[in-house]
Write a protein that binds this ligand. Sequence first.
Ligand code: AP5
Length: 215
Amino acid sequence: MGPPGAGKGTQGARLAEWLGVPRFSTGDMLREARRAGTELGERARRYMDAGELVPDEVILGLIDETLRGADASRGFILDGFPRTEAQAEGLGDVLERRGESLDAVVDLQVPEEELIRRLSARRVCPECGAVWSAEELESDEEGVPCPECSAGVEQREDDRPETVRRRLEVHRTQTAPVLAWYAASDVPVVTVPGTGPVSQVQRRLRERLTEGAGT
Ligand code: AP5
């Protein structure tokens, strides 16, 4: 968990590779559904473009279906889910049916000025899905070639300043309370500063999660 731009995708992908488990990002799944033009994608579009949360029942259906279809026998990382108390409760039900439980909830913390800076500089590749920052690309123009596949990079529609402001507010009012909900449960909440170089944040995360596992 963490606000928009905290590095959930960046760190989650590295953590998943390290642990050898799949990562399920509800944001990525919704964007994929939009690209494929499915009914789900069309339904999600207006919420996402406005910086609002997609309704809980849609997200819970998506997660349930994904976990049923995936090879998640060695565990999995959830990125950007749950974002409301109803989603956290729904996840609890799904896990109980599967005979599983959460090992930890990670709270990635980054100050708001840094989040705004990161989101306005984020560029994504529409072809291979790679995520870059304008600094890494040494240009803040859209259309510069993706270093992975050479397609022209784009700015995410919801990374425009007015939508970013709304996403941050939605996080403050609807998602941050979920952390308090978990803190009052049996699931360990691991708080990790998300600032500094990506490799340093990843190191902190691995250390904290290893401590949490008692190994
Ligand atoms: P989603 O795509 O999940 O958006 P988000 O939560 O707003 O998170 P972001 O993807 O913006 O940021 P991130 O934390 O993954 O950061 P990243 O690693 O990319 O969701 C989009 C929308 O879908 C939502 O608004 C909502 O409408 C809907 N949705 C999704 N899940 C939902 C749910 N569960 N319920 C309801 N609706 C849902 O990094 C950001 C940038 O910073 C990148 O450019 C990166 O290169 C850079 N960066 C990363 N780490 C560092 C670092 N350490 N130093 C400098 N730069 C860094």
